[in-house]
Design a protein around this ligand. Structure first.
Ligand SMILES: [Mg+2]
Length: 387
């Protein structure tokens, strides 16, 4: 069974405005066109929960909003700022899975099925995503957790703001039954009207209807709605993003040419990069080492391997060979390790041959990942890292 999250920021544009302008907190904030004292054209793009109490909704004509809520705070959208915050939110999502499908600037589906072994139960993952989003942005998100996208999206909307609703397999029928048919994905006002004319108001009534009758009057949409009304939806979460590389670097407190310190730093950075690869389910075939000297001149060297790697030791081995080619006459200010030419870990069956069997280093690394997950990042260190 899959674990799908739908995460949706609460009143996103308006919440960002309230965050950036604390004097707007607790007030009805309406983001959209200029109201021009009721003569404005255009619509409401978003509004705060305080504004919703006045009957203001997104997509409402701004002149209408002005009539409903003349004491509102009217602001123009600042898309650049919203997309900056959106980037922070999506970054949090991608810490938990690379199967992130953004639906818009402030919501996404996440398939966390594969994250469960390493990161804990789905409920726990959902709760920590909410927490991390709040820490990263100061904003709240509502989350739905369910076996599929359709149910997760409905669930995230039920307890807004700051909501968290879980739909378990055994509760699906009960969960859907009382909801209005407009909640069915793909049902616009016209279809809604037709279904009502057939005598159905709720999803439960559609689920209990005859499948043949639904298909007779609605064609293939009838079949689709019949499946949805029973909570069946096998659409996959399709990520829009593939990492091209992943990297880690560090700037020393004091410039150094201490070879031992530099080599152990390379191992630390390689471990960090490898951990990220394993978490995201990738392997890499190219390693790049970057050095910045005290005069700020920056140099890189890279090497491609004949196999795909995923452990810190294997990456560090290549990085150390690259390091040997650099001069240490000048002191070093910054050192970085990055890996590229990434391939998904066994995602493509034709590539399975590339990764025949986990080697011992990989097994050990995975065990270390699990220990760190349970006991904290400092729980395990290499002997060579004990200083
Ligand atoms: Mg939203």
């Amino acid at each position: 069974m899959r674990s799908i999250l739908h995460v949706d920021m609460d009143a996103f544009y308006a919440s960002v405005e309230q965050l950036d302008q604390p004097q707007f907190k607790g007030r009805p904030v309406i983001v959209g066109a200029d109201p021009r004292a009721g003569k404005g054209r255009g619509v409401v793009a978003a509004c705060s929960y305080e504004a919703r109490k006045f009957g203001v909704r997104s997509a409402l004509p701004i002149s209408r909003a002005w009539k409903l809520c003349p004491e509102g705070v009217y602001v123009r959208p600042r898309m650049e700022r919203y997309s900056e915050v959106s980037g922070q939110v999506m970054e949090v999502f991608r810490r938990y899975t690379d199967l992130v499908e953004p639906l818009s600037i402030d919501e996404a589906f996440l398939d966390i099925t594969g994250s469960v072994t390493l990161l804990g139960a789905p409920e726990q993952i959902a709760v920590s995503i909410k927490k991390e989003v709040r820490q990263a942005t100061g904003l709240t998100a509502s989350v739905g957790l369910a076996p599929n996208k359709f149910l997760a999206k409905i669930a995230s909307d039920l307890k807004k703001p700051d909501g968290f609703v879980v739909v378990e397999e055994k509760d699906i029928e009960q969960f859907l039954a009382p909801l209005p048919i407009s909640r069915l994905w793909g049902v616009g006002p016209k279809t809604e009207q037709r279904i009502r004319e057939m005598g159905y108001q709720t999803i439960g009534q559609v689920a209990a209807a005859s499948r043949e009758a639904l298909i007779r009057s609605l064609g293939s949409l009838g079949e689709h709605l019949y499946q949805l009304s029973r909570g069946k939806d096998d659409r996959p979460v399709v990520p829009d993003w593939e990492p091209k590389s992943t990297s880690s670097e560090t700037t020393f407190d004091e410039d150094t040419n201490d070879r031992e310190l530099l080599l152990s730093t390379i191992l630390d950075l390689s471990d960090h990069v490898a951990e990220r690869l394993r978490k995201d389910g990738y392997r890499a075939r190219r390693v790049t080492l970057k050095l910045r000297y005290s005069n700020f001149s920056t140099h890189t060297k890279q090497s491609s391997l004949d196999k795909f790697v995923q452990t810190g030791e294997e990456i560090a081995e290549v990085a150390r060979r690259l390091f040997a080619k650099f001069s240490l006459k000048q002191k070093i200010r910054l050192i970085g390790v990055s890996v590229g030419d990434l391939h998904r870990d066994g995602a493509d069956p034709q590539q399975l041959g590339l990764f025949p069997q986990s080697n011992d280093k990989e097994k050990l690394s995975r065990t270390v990942d699990e220990i760190k997950q349970k006991f904290g990042a400092d729980a395990v260190r290499r002997g060579s890292q004990l200083r």
